[in-house]
Design a protein around this ligand. Sequence first.
Ligand SMILES: *Cc1c(COP(=O)(O)O)cnc(C)c1O
Length: 489
Amino acid sequence: MDENISIVSGQLIFDLGHPGRQGVDLPAIDVPRKEDLVPAAYRRRNAARLPEVSENEVVRHYTHLSQLNHHVDKAFYPLGSCTMKYNPKINEEMAALPEFANLHPLQPEDTIQGALQLMVELSEALCEIVGLPAITLQPAAGAHGELTGLLIMRAYHESKGNPRKTVIIPDSAHGTNPASIVISGYQVVQIPSNPHGLVDLEILKKSVTEDTAAFMITNPNTLGLFEKQVCDISQVIHDAGALLYMDGANMNALMGIARPGDMGFDVVHLNLHKTFSTPHGGGGPGSGPVAVKPLLEPFLPYPRAVRKGDRYGWEAPRKTAIGRMHSFQGNFGMVVRALAYIRRMGALGLRQASEDAILNANYLRVKLQDILDLPYNTGCMHEVVFSANRQKARGVRATDMAKRLLDFGMHAPTVYFPLIVPEALMIEPTETESRQSLDRFIEALQQIDREVDEAPEMLHKAPHNTPVSRLDEAGAARNLDINYFAGKV
Ligand SMILES: *Cc1c(COP(=O)(O)O)cnc(C)c1O
């Protein structure tokens, strides 16, 4: 693996440059030198080993690195469940405005009226989109939103005298759902889906008890299917005094078409970095606002930005709040980008985005059925889940097909998830792809399907045209070694 990586990047930044070379010329220092202020015991004895490089060496190096990886600005990225839609550059321009970018989170209210107004307006827009009246912008991602929602539901049950013990999820749930349930102090009860890939209402009825705090589902679910019985589900859950949570990661299928609040959900989290086109991936900042019904509003994290007459400010303290889920207001830059997106799209534009996302997924569903198994053969929402069962019978697995797609300059779909589909290939094209790019993807998969018979060995070793070829993924995670200097100094 080491060999592989040195071939790719050529050199690390530490290998570039020349002693004494620098990228910027700084004026002579006109304040006391640090040597005069920091006691000797705390001063470094040897100079830090930093790269000595010119500005253009730095720019070329990082531009090169940015091209080794796949990203939405490079090519098609149909990673199911992740909604890798294009991030409009106007969002970046808005977030980079110095009036936003240079704010300090501790500035007094009257100096940050614009930022407060922006948070209030985004909150109102998101509430309208999900059909719920109150929201927090603090959580930093979808999973963090889940935890926030669960703690809110726990606080609600506690206020009624009994926090209850369990949260039910279907077996198609995203892995973050059970993890969040456990972290919030509840036990997970998992129920099997019915033969159509939807919640099995009869099994749900039998599973709900007085210990059930909530039922947590994704809608449309991770198979890309809309839970048609959601109103009956809501009835069953609420009759038992439990609450209904929607994992809103798949909201890209519903904007302007259907609202979780109208379906009976008490809590929903959104992923601004999925549905609302803020950047995503590589561990970068995300944002997972959580919206709730009025009965849960007292428990939302504190504080929220609110209207105060024709001004804006922080809400008055609330003793019932679950506390803070993030320092200050969460990832404010994502809030700016999401509002820029919503404003530019408008209500009809958002609806059109969801409709186009659904259309694109169904186009792939129909076109790829000749070569791939479709375990749940009905119209889908914004994503479609195939199985590579037919290919597996011929000696090639979903992972081989996914790796081979990289040779065509496309990102692979999500594989082996949802867990209930063997050899799953979960494809989410998003609305920002053209018919031509979908057709190229279809052609690539058709070619790969021919290669299953013609060149199976080549598929087992794919990818071949990428900076690194097949890596030992388990080894990379288990024997993590990211220290360049280890063993060199
Ligand atoms: C992405 C996703 C999550 C988790 O969201 P993060 O922002 O990655 O933490 C949860 N559920 C589903 C269905 C998802 O697709």
